[in-house]
Design a protein around this ligand. Structure first.
Ligand code: CP3
Length: 358
C-alpha cells in the first residue's frame, strides 16, 4: 500500500498511470481497461459488504465506499477504480429528498415541475462533501499506484430524474420543459451543473486521477436540442474542474449522433456505447480524440469464443484513435459471472498494438 503525496494545499497528487497517459492521447503498447459498474451486484463480496445497508447510506460511509471501490480492482486487476457513489449523491447531500430504490433507481419525494420548485432547491454546502473527500482519500491510499476515476452525473441526466421523479424511458418531462419553459429549464440545469461540478471537484481535489461525466440519457435528445439546451450546462461542469488538469471523459448511451458535440462540451476523451464501432466514432471525431469503450454488455453472457472475437474486434476498431481505454458500452449487468470479467481483463492485457505510435 503506497501513501499518495499530499501537497501544501491539502490536495492529493495522483500517481502516473497507463490510464491517464492513454486518456491524454499517449498510446501505450497495450490497452488499459476498467468497467462501468465494476463495483456492484455482480460481486459476491459486494453483496456481502452491502448487507443491511441502503445504497445511499453505503455511499456516505467512507470506509465502506472505499472498500467497495477497491473490490473489483483486487479481483479483476483492472487498470482503474471507479469511485463507489452515485450521480444522485450530491442531490442527497444538498438536502433534496431522493432515494435509490433497489431494482428501480433514483426516486424523488417531490419531482421538480415549476420555476418555484427550482427556486426552492437547496444549495450544496462545501462542508457536506466531507464524507466524499474522506472516502476518496481512503480509496487512493488503498489503491496505491492504481488510479481512481471520479465521476458526476451530467445536468441533463440528473434533471431527467428530477423532473420525472423516477427513471423513465423517453424523458418526455425534461424534453417538454426545455421547450415550454426554457428559463426554468436553464435554471434547473445551472443548479445541477453547480451541484455535480462541486461533487466532481471534491473527488479530484482529494486525489482522483481522472473524471467521467455520465450523461447516460442524453441519447434521447436530437443534436439541435442537445447543443442548445444541454451542452452549455455540461460545459459548466467541465469548466468547474478544468484547472485541476485531470483528464475528463464524457459518456452517454445512444449518443452516436452527439459524439462531436459531447467532445466540444469540454471533454478530453469520449466514451462510446456499444452501438457504434470505434473506428466510426474515431472518424466522426476527426481522428483526434482518445476513446473509451465499447464491448457490448450483452456479450458477457455469450460463449467465450464469441465474446473473445468481439473484444478483439473492439480493440482493432479502436486502433486508429489517439488513445483507447477499453470498457463496456454501458454498465456491468448485475447477473454477470465475475470470472468472465477477470478473464476479459487478462485477454485485453495480452493484445499488443502491431505498431505502437509515438
Ligand atoms: O462501478 C461503478 O460504476 C460504481 C459507481 C456507480 C454507481 N452508480 C453505483 C450504483 C456509478 C458511476 C453510478 C452512476 C449512475 N447512477 C448512473 C450513470 C451510469 C449509468 O449507469 O448510466 C446512473 C444513470 C445512475 C442512477 C442509478 N443508480 C440507477 C439507474 C441505478 C440502478 C437501480 C437498480 O437497482 O438496478 C442506481 C443504483 C446503483 N448505483 C447501484 C450501484 C452499484 C445498484 C444499487 C444496489 O446495489 O443495490
Amino acid at each position: 500500500m503506497t501513501q499518495s503525496p499530499h501537497s501544501a494545499d491539502g490536495r492529493t497528487t495522483p500517481p502516473d498511470s497507463a490510464l491517464v497517459r492513454e486518456l491524454r492521447g499517449q498510446r501505450g503498447r497495450t490497452r488499459p481497461v476498467w468497467f462501468m459498474r465494476q463495483a456492484g451486484r455482480s460481486l459476491p463480496e459486494y453483496r456481502e459488504a452491502r448487507k443491511g445497508t441502503g445504497m445511499l447510506e453505503a455511499c456516505l460511509r467512507p470506509e465502506l465506499a472505499a472498500e467497495i471501490t477497491v473490490q473489483p480492482v483486487r479481483r479483476h486487476g483492472v487498470d482503474a477504480g471507479i469511485f463507489f457513489s452515485d450521480i444522485v449523491v450530491p442531490l442527497k447531500l444538498a438536502g433534496v429528498d431522493v432515494d435509490i430504490v433497489a431494482g428501480v433507481g433514483p426516486v424523488l419525494g417531490a419531482p421538480i415541475r415549476t420555476s418555484a420548485d427550482i427556486d426552492a432547491l437547496p444549495e450544496l454546502e462545501d462542508s457536506a462533501l466531507e464524507p466524499i473527500r474522506e472516502a476518496v482519500r481512503l480509496t487512493v491510499a488503498e489503491l496505491g499506484e492504481t488510479p481512481l476515476i471520479g465521476f458526476a452525473g451530467a445536468p441533463f441526466t440528473l434533471a431527467a430524474y428530477m423532473v420525472e421523479g423516477r427513471p423513465s424511458r423517453d424523458h418526455l418531462g425534461p424534453r417538454a420543459m426545455m421547450h415550454s419553459d426554457p428559463g426554468a429549464w436553464r435554471a434547473l440545469c445551472e443548479w445541477t451543473a453547480r451541484t455535480s461540478g462541486a461533487f466532481l471537484r471534491a473527488q479530484l481535489e482529494a486525489g482522483a486521477s481522472a473524471g467521467q461525466l455520465f450523461d447516460s440519457w442524453a441519447g434521447s435528445l436530437g443534436l439541435a436540442d442537445y447543443e442548445e439546451h444541454v451542452r452549455p450546462a455540461s460545459g459548466s461542469v467541465f469548466d468547474a474542474v478544468r484547472d485541476l488538469g485531470r483528464p475528463l471523459i464524457h459518456f452517454g448511451t445512444g449518443t452516436s449522433e452527439l459524439l462531436a458535440a459531447m467532445k466540444d462540451a469540454g471533454a478530453d476523451a469520449v466514451g462510446v456505447d456499444y452501438r457504434l464501432p470505434l473506428a466510426e466514432a474515431n472518424r466522426r471525431l476527426g481522428g483526434s480524440v482518445p476513446l473509451q469503450g465499447n464491448i457490448d454488455p450483452a456479450l458477457l453472457r455469450a460463449p467465450w469464443g464469441v465474446l473473445e472475437a468481439h473484444v478483439r474486434d473492439v480493440v482493432a476498431s479502436g486502433a486508429q484513435a489517439p488513445g483507447h481505454v477499453v470498457n463496456l458500452g454501458h454498465g456491468v449487468p448485475p447477473e454477470t459471472d465475475p470470472a468472465v470479467l477477470t478473464r476479459l481483463v487478462e485477454l485485453i492485457h495480452s493484445i499488443e498494438d502491431d505498431a505502437p505510435a509515438g
